[in-house]
Ligand binder design. Structure first.
Ligand SMILES: NC(=O)c1ccc[n+]([C@@H]2O[C@H](COP(=O)([O-])OP(=O)(O)OC[C@H]3O[C@@H](n4cnc5c(N)ncnc54)[C@H](O)[C@@H]3O)[C@@H](O)[C@H]2O)c1
Ligand SMILES: O=C(O)C(=O)C[C@]1(C(=O)O)C=C[C@@H](O)C=C1
Length: 366
């Protein structure tokens, strides 16, 4: 039987989901976005089969609806669907990073035809918009599902099967558990990354040359401060209770650190750093979502210009594609570390072998 799916919001996440839905047999993917250029792009690149002139029209044609717009828009759309007359059951899901406001809106739905299962793929990027969408974005990432009003195990199974080609790991969680866990591991770190950038910005007034020194460490820890401000503003305020609790904990933690430094407490400070290293090193490095987004290989290089082209040439010869390259710890003209990111674990292992055979020192955990 043919399933028609509406993806509303053809941005980074909606576009990436549409690309995966298109891989399923017996599926027609239609799209709607407030931005006509995004819809044109999606049809032109084969991301969707067709676009519709309005959200309501798309819903009328569909068996499944994926809401991939900002949270406030998802809530409006849930209300719109609630007021529509539906001739058959409609499975509705979303992709929002915060679940409480969405699940609250879903709990108020009156229309019995709606089966709502909240969703949140735990992968993304600091980029946004349809052109940043990628079919492999969710590979190996956790995809959290929060069953809502009117939904059954069968609906959850149906959604998992429709999204099978994302190659995500589906996990069902409660809404509070969802918002607290993602608050700690995803939302709060954005606030800290932004605050570190502000600190550097303030000191930049004193030392205008300082930002030139920002090499691997500062760039690594602040990458996510370059994310979409409007989206993160929404996420942080929608998960306000969790963020306030975490801010209070963080201030206590910083005061503790201040005391260790003020009192020159070498032993406690060392234990603090060692405990953090132990926990961080134990994070599941092969899975997306927790920390790394790709399968990385770190390569020691000495002559940067020459080494960079040799490394890429060696991997191209072995038909291994690199998805990202970054030079870390640069000391001009002398030495550095290259971070190469690959799409699969197999590419990661093969590239390590190829480079080591050619005399490069490599490591997977840095
Ligand atoms: N970016 C990430 O890393 C990430 C990861 C997981 C989940 N999410 C969640 O996914 C959702 C979308 O984020 P994104 O990163 O794809 O953002 P995005 O800006 O790339 O895409 C949002 C899309 O929604 C469209 N849109 C806005 N208002 C609309 C309306 N009224 N009707 C139709 N379309 C409308 C925009 O034109 C845009 O194309 C957010 O709720 C976010 O919390 C984001
Ligand atoms: O990789 C990134 O840049 C992300 O910010 C992705 C990230 C995250 O914090 O891990 C961001 C928001 C989502 O809701 C899920 C994933």
């Amino acid at each position: 039987m043919e399933t028609t799916i509406l993806v509303s919001g053809l941005g980074l996440i909606g576009g990436s989901i549409a690309l995966n839905l298109k891989k399923q047999n017996h599926t027609t993917v239609i799209g709607f976005d407030q931005n006509k250029d995004s819809m044109d792009y999606a049809v032109r690149t084969g991301m969707i089969d067709q676009f519709v002139p309005s959200f309501e029209e798309g819903v009328q044609l569909s068996d499944v609806v994926v809401l991939a717009t900002p949270v406030s828009v998802c809530i409006d759309y849930l209300q719109t669907i609630d007021n529509m007359s539906l001739s058959q059951p409609l499975l509705v899901t979303d992709v929002s990073s915060v679940k409480k406001p969405i699940m609250e809106a879903a709990s108020k739905l009156q229309n019995n035809a709606i089966h709502f299962v909240g969703g949140h793929p735990m992968a993304g990027s600091h980029k946004h918009g349809v052109e940043a969408a990628k079919a492999h974005l969710f590979e190996n990432a956790f995809y959290l599902l929060v069953p809502g009003k009117g939904s059954s195990d069968k609906d959850v199974e149906k959604l998992e099967s429709l999204l099978e080609s994302t190659r995500s790991h589906f996990v069902t969680v409660g809404e509070q558990e969802h918002d607290q866990m993602t608050g700690v591991i995803s939302h709060f770190p954005h606030l800290i990354a932004s605050s570190l950038v502000h600190q550097a910005k303030n000191w930049h007034r004193v030392y205008p040359f300082m930002h030139e020194l920002a090499a691997g460490g500062f760039r690594d820890i602040t990458r996510i401060a370059s994310s979409h401000p409007k989206m993160w503003n929404d996420i942080l305020l929608q998960n306000k209770d969790t963020i306030l609790t975490l801010l209070t904990d963080w201030i206590t933690e910083m005061n503790h650190l201040k005391e260790l430094v003020e009192t020159d407490d070498h032993s406690k400070l060392q234990t603090y750093l060692a405990d953090a290293k132990q926990f961080r090193d134990g994070l599941p490095i092969k899975k997306k979502g927790a920390i790394p987004s790709f399968y990385d290989v770190y390569v020691d290089i000495h002559d940067q210009a020459g080494a960079l082209s040799e490394v890429t040439h060696l991997l191209a010869q072995s038909k291994i594609s690199i998805v990202n390259i970054q030079i870390l710890e640069v000391r001009e003209g002398i030495t550095g570390v290259l971070r190469l990111s690959f799409q699969t674990e197999e590419d990661q292992k093969r590239s390590k072998l190829v480079l080591e055979r050619n005399g490069y020192e490599t490591t997977i955990q840095y």
